[in-house]
Design a protein around this ligand. Structure first.
Ligand SMILES: [Zn+2]
Length: 185
């Protein structure tokens, strides 16, 4: 946060705005907790956000054209995708298929009834949960590919029956149609 604060100050200065900066770290996930948070640090937790904004709004201040220009300038400088993200090139065909253990990352998982058990570390989870994770990974790796029963059957390998797969897909995703084919969203 200190680094951000310093960089932000430099940015303001380079844009010709000299304003005081008050920095805070705001945790927005509603279930986030931080145990033993040090007192007097500029941390704002989910349950404090409303109060924080109320406080901000109660401060007497006049917004003028300069503030608006700054807001517009900051919006125009916003970068959606980090230029520092470097992803390796990969193709669907190159990747090993199968369900990965959520605990150790091993491919040595076997179906036992309604569970998937890792033969490497013993981690156990429901077929459904493991399967949904696997689809999420598929979506993230191949955002342009549609989720179809056949495609996911090939991706997960381990799930023994297409019927079971269909049940899980139908329960957790929305079915959509394009022409003769149906897929899931
Ligand atoms: Zn494992």
């Amino acid at each position: 946060m200190r680094r951000c604060e310093s960089l932000f100050r430099q940015l303001l200065h380079s844009l010709g705005f000299d304003m005081p900066v008050a920095a805070s770290v705001i945790f927005i996930h509603p279930e986030f907790t931080l145990y033993h948070a040090p007192l007097n640090t500029p941390l704002i937790f989910p349950t404090q956000i409303n109060r924080y904004f109320k406080h901000l709004n109660s401060l007497p201040a006049k917004l003028n054209g300069k503030h608006k220009r700054l807001a517009e300038k900051l919006l125009s400088l916003h970068i959606e995708e980090s230029p520092f993200m470097q992803l390796p090139r990969y193709e669907y065909e190159q990747l090993r298929k199968g369900i990965i253990c959520a605990s150790c990352g091993s491919f040595s998982c076997a179906v036992q009834g309604r569970s998937i058990v890792c033969e490497n570390c013993g981690h156990r989870e429901t077929v459904e949960a493991a399967f949904i994770w696997s689809i999420r990974e598929f979506q993230m790796l191949f955002p342009d590919r549609k989720i179809t029963t056949k495609g996911i059957y090939d991706w997960c390998k381990i799930v023994d029956s297409k019927k079971r797969l269909n049940r899980i897909l139908e329960k957790n995703f929305n079915k959509a149609c394009s022409g003769r084919w149906s897929y899931y969203k």
